[in-house]
Design a protein around this ligand. Structure first.
Ligand SMILES: Cc1cc2nc3c(=O)[nH]c(=O)nc-3n(C[C@H](O)[C@H](O)[C@H](O)COP(=O)(O)O)c2cc1C
Length: 231
């Protein structure tokens, strides 16, 4: 499965079967985590067979069922955007392996014995991963007219946008955001630089990273392998 297809099939899944993550699938995820940590300077940890962080009141309030495994998204305090970007990479790679995920910033408990958080680091967010009891459902989202600002390098008529930008924006619409808030806008200047702006919301740093990753996957499907981000 290619990454764009995984992006299209990914929806938040909050309920998991008993099937453990093991063998080649586990080894692949662990290798990916090690690669991402090396590239990004993060301290992400894959926690398996340790349900405690999703055993308590907050997790059941959040309708989480049978979460046995998760990525503990630990990293430098300032690196929320990186956590979003590289976390979404892990989410889409997990999807390709037949797994399901959900970003969880609020509705989880703690398990201090399951992952390490170094000095100057923070546990930004958890991402449950496992074999879902369902594949989830597409979120209801805002349209391109709300999320893309025309002008600069973008005509008012979406049919005249560069193909790579249109594909990137379409993939960005499908990105998970906290509370499905989608408080970002995308624009393009005359030098083909893309800007993403967040208005007021929660966890917008993480959202920005996730949206950027999705945008890049969409743009790459139309041959743009290096998106120039204006900020
Ligand atoms: C930064 C972030 C934090 C989130 N926190 C929670 C959470 O605490 N509890 C929860 O059930 N879902 C949480 N979600 C999942 C969103 O509600 C979900 O991604 C959004 O509704 C869009 O749905 P989709 O992922 O199926 O496309 C979070 C998502 C993001 C990106």
């Amino acid at each position: 499965m290619d990454t764009l297809r995984a992006l299209e099939l990914r929806h938040s899944v909050r309920s998991f079967t008993d099937k453990p993550i093991e063998g080649d699938v586990l080894a692949t995820l662990q290798k990916l985590v090690a690669e991402v940590n090396k590239e990004a300077g993060l301290h992400i940890q894959l926690v398996v067979n340790q349900p405690k962080a999703f055993d308590g009141f907050l997790a059941s309030y959040g309708r989480f069922k049978n979460v046995q495994n998760y990525f503990a998204m630990v990293g430098p305090k300032k690196d929320a955007e990186k956590v979003g970007y590289y976390g979404q990479k892990l989410v889409l790679e997990a999807q390709k392996l037949g797994l399901n995920t959900c970003w969880v910033g609020g509705t989880h408990g703690k398990d201090n014995n399951a992952y390490e958080v170094g000095k100057k680091e923070k546990m930004h967010i958890l991402i449950p991963v496992g074999y879902g009891t369902t594949q989830g459902n597409p979120h209801k989202g805002k349209g391109l007219d709300k999320l893309v600002k025309t002008g600069g390098g973008l005509d008012e008529d979406p049919a005249k946008w560069p193909e790579w930008f249109a594909a990137g924006a379409d993939a960005a619409l499908k990105a998970p955001t906290a509370l499905n808030q989608q408080v970002f806008t995308l624009s393009l200047d005359k030098k083909d630089r893309v800007t993403i702006k967040e208005s007021v919301g929660i966890m917008t740093g993480i959202d920005t990273g996730i949206v950027k990753y999705n945008f890049e996957v969409g743009a790459a499907s139309k041959g743009c392998t290096k998106v120039q981000w204006a900020k």
